[in-house]
Design a protein around this ligand. Sequence first.
Ligand code: 6PG
Ligand code: NI
Length: 194
Amino acid sequence: MENFPFAFILPTPSLIPSAHDNHIERRLSALRGQFSDQAAYERILAQEDTLLYEVYEIQRPHESGELLTGISIVHPGKVGSEFFMTKGHFHAVLDTAEVYLCMKGEGFMVMENPQGECRVEKLAPGEVLYVPPRWAHRSVCTARLEDLVTFFIYPGHSGHDYGTIEQQGFRKLVVEGEAGIEIIDNPRWSKKGS
Ligand code: 6PG
Ligand code: NI
């Protein structure tokens, strides 16, 4: 990998980086067990393995001192009353932070740390969110028709721990309730290994 300065464009309206190394597509089947309404999940999956979100990554060595960047595009939709969302993860190296810049759309970042503290931050264009070290993070798209697009930056050596979230879930969920968008406690949250 070359070690010269480089630049790329985030062209509107797609915001897909002009130069990217990976394009990841995550479908409904990749989030089995994450949505509360399992019947709704199975009903949709029986029809189609819906594309929930995509990630365009600009790769660099996965080393301390390097930064990884890219675009995350969460598509609009719901499973039952729950909005489409990313898998969510802790960084494998827990003490690594991340910065998100919301480019388009509307949604929330659901976050929690191992101590059980939770935060759910609104995302809107121009909003910059700092996810401190030790906080797991999941993007949720709450717009009816528009994608939630964020630009992210995080340390090269961070890695991803998906297993903890796959087992525990997040303590908070973002759903469409009678009063509109609601942040509720996850009735199925349980400590890993309990
Ligand atoms: C990361 C970033 C970000 C994230 C995407 C998709 O650490 O790589 O947080 O790129 O991976 O938003 O979310 P999931 O990794 O949870 O599928
Ligand atoms: Ni991350």
